[in-house]
Design a protein around this ligand. Structure first.
Ligand SMILES: [Zn+2]
Length: 314
């Protein structure tokens, strides 16, 4: 069965502003180190500096001018900007989380109808951090809470309680980063198993496992299949380590009977040093690539549009 997706408004539910004011050099340079550890074996003439400069070139779009062109080219009308708070954990950061939220709000206001925002504040900023978060929630400019636990706290950290209570009260979704990330952080904090406790304790909070369709898939699918309030996104699919490659891996994921919980996202511009945005999006949709051809029309609609829209706080 072939699909025509033209009548579905595709939402990319996981992108980042391609800006070094929120994705800092102290975050992406260690990613460059890791990439270089692989390419120096295969491309011995490439310097480490060139590898890092490649990544750096992606993060200069502070006002989303290029991002909008990329979205237009890929026929993506709406996307969710994810803004994790890395400011507590990383050194040498020149922009506060408040500066970054304001930067994102500016982008959203300049491009009406194109973006939603899921943002977070590191719970170790304490009461003032929570009040800052709540201020933006009250202004209705934040549509979900983004938690980046690799920064150095677990999902059950008591300092997160006010955030969870607020999200539970107003039914705001929480998206957790799961799996590996920049080598600057420890990966222990982002294991999926730590999230089950929160999903169980707060049934009124819908939880999205970011990258759950790409890393540690078995654990992510298990939570999605057995907890009504847990979802996963497929962001970062082009960077999968699955031996079948990204497209066959996704096709297999779509056979696991959790399509009512799967959310499309790319993680753009992470990985953007080697691919084009429209190429990443189109690779999934092209009928000849046979990724979504097995899905019913209503499942395509769920994955690419409805599942995320039902969750957002608006
Ligand atoms: Zn991301």
């Amino acid at each position: 069965m072939l699909h025509n997706c033209d009548d579905i408004e595709i939402i990319d539910a996981h992108i980042h502003l391609p800006s070094s004011h929120s994705l800092f050099p102290s975050f992406y340079e260690p990613i460059g180190d890791n990439i270089y550890s692989a390419i120096r074996k295969y491309f011995p003439r490439m310097s480490k500096e060139a590898a890092i400069n490649n990544i750096k070139s992606v993060y200069s779009d502070h006002n989303a001018e290029k991002l909008i062109l990329d979205m237009n080219e890929a026929n993506i009308k709406k996307a969710i900007l994810l803004l994790p708070d890395l400011t507590y954990a990383l050194k040498g950061v020149h922009y506060s989380i408040e500066d970054q939220i304001e930067q994102h709000i500016n982008v959203i206001k300049t491009n009406p109808g194109r973006f939603y925002l899921m943002a977070g504040v590191d719970p170790r900023w304490g009461k003032s951090g929570f009040e800052l978060f709540k201020k933006y929630v009250d202004q209705k400019v934040i549509n979900g809470l983004k938690l980046y636990t690799p920064c150095g706290y677990f999902p059950n950290d008591p300092k997160l309680r006010p955030y969870y209570e607020l999200c539970s009260d107003i039914k705001m979704p929480v998206i957790f980063h799961t799996g590996p990330t920049s080598p600057v952080f420890r990966f222990e904090y982002s294991r999926i198993q730590h999230i089950d406790e929160i999903a169980h304790k707060y049934p009124n909070i819908n939880i999205i496992l970011a990258h759950g369709g790409v890393n540690n898939i078995d654990e992510a699918v298990e939570l999605c299949a057995y907890r009504p309030n847990v979802y996963l996104d497929i962001s970062g699919y082009m960077m999968t380590k699955d031996p079948l490659g990204p497209l066959k891996a996704l096709k297999n994921l779509f056979k696991r009977k959790v399509n009512h919980k799967i959310i499309f996202g790319t993680d753009w511009p992470i990985g953007g040093y080697k691919s084009k945005y429209h190429g990443i999006v189109k690779s999934l949709l092209k009928p000849e690539n046979d990724v979504i051809t097995q899905l019913s029309k209503s499942e395509v609609r769920m994955i690419f549009n409805e599942n995320i829209l039902e969750l957002l706080y608006q």
